[in-house]
Write a protein that binds this ligand. Sequence first.
Ligand SMILES: *Cc1c(COP(=O)(O)O)cnc(C)c1O
Length: 330
Amino acid sequence: MTHAVTLATIHAAAERIAGEVVRTPLVPSPTLSERAGAPVFLKLETRQTTGSFKLRGATNAVLSLPPEARKVGIAAASTGNHGRGLAHAAARQGLRCIVCMSALVPENKVAAIRTLGAEIRIVGRSQDDAQDEVDRLVAEEGFTAIPPFDHPDVISGQGSIGLEIVADVADVEQVVVPLSGGGLFGGIAAAVKALRPLARMTGVSMERGPAMQLSLAAGRPVPVEELPTLADSLGGGIGLDNRHTFALARDLLDEVVLLAEAEIAAAIDHAYAAEQEIVEGGGAVGIGALLAGKLTVSGPTVLVVSGRNIDMALHRRIVSGAWEETPCPA
Ligand SMILES: *Cc1c(COP(=O)(O)O)cnc(C)c1O
């Protein structure tokens, strides 16, 4: 099956965003290599500007907008890593960026997005209310909404990570990618499989709401119940009208690994204690899969460590051993 995202669109994206995003370090991990019995590397998107890889896709999407759209600006309802990436990318290009959020979003999240240069619009009391305002800005004022994962420009931007992985570890045998909506996975997989067809692509999600895994098992996108998880940046569904990332995962994913909450906490702790990296839950799941013995490692393996934006009080609890699992309200 042919996809809108190809090695060519990924190369073009990488060229477009070079100079706007950090070419992040890819470092060997002696502790994880020792444990796995094979070379293990960390691709540190924790060091990306705005604290996650999402800046890559956001920047590529912003730079790909036609001139008329650039004149008006972009709108989004994300208060997480996608919102941060968009706010920064838009500010860098001198575009207006309106981030809509509900009155229930905590002040520190509001401040983080505002600091990056976005206009904040507080509407209603739910994410749906915020999204309604985005839809209105698009329909009535001509703003462009850039989705967090299911868009060829976004996926191609994330795919630039795949090019860097193959450039840095030419004999890579396996790439392990945090998996939610699948933009990160789809982009990296499209690049890596085109350059190293025999490399294995593994996705890692949390047991609490693994949207892509449930959708793949059903053969079509299915709704998932959102549950509290340490991997909060992996929460949410893949969209029932998914157009790109479901097909990419179906065609390019070799295996999905699911983690329990305690395994995600262990990964955050290991990243800090053994690698001296502050990593958020969603970013640490590759490390967690390896530590839990849930990965088959037979050769050079790259774990994509996708972000660092964790609540620091929670991080302190985890690395000091004071974190306890909250029971799942299911
Ligand atoms: C968004 C995000 C992911 C998942 O990316 P998808 O493209 O939705 O699969 C993983 N890690 C972090 C830190 C993220 O912000």
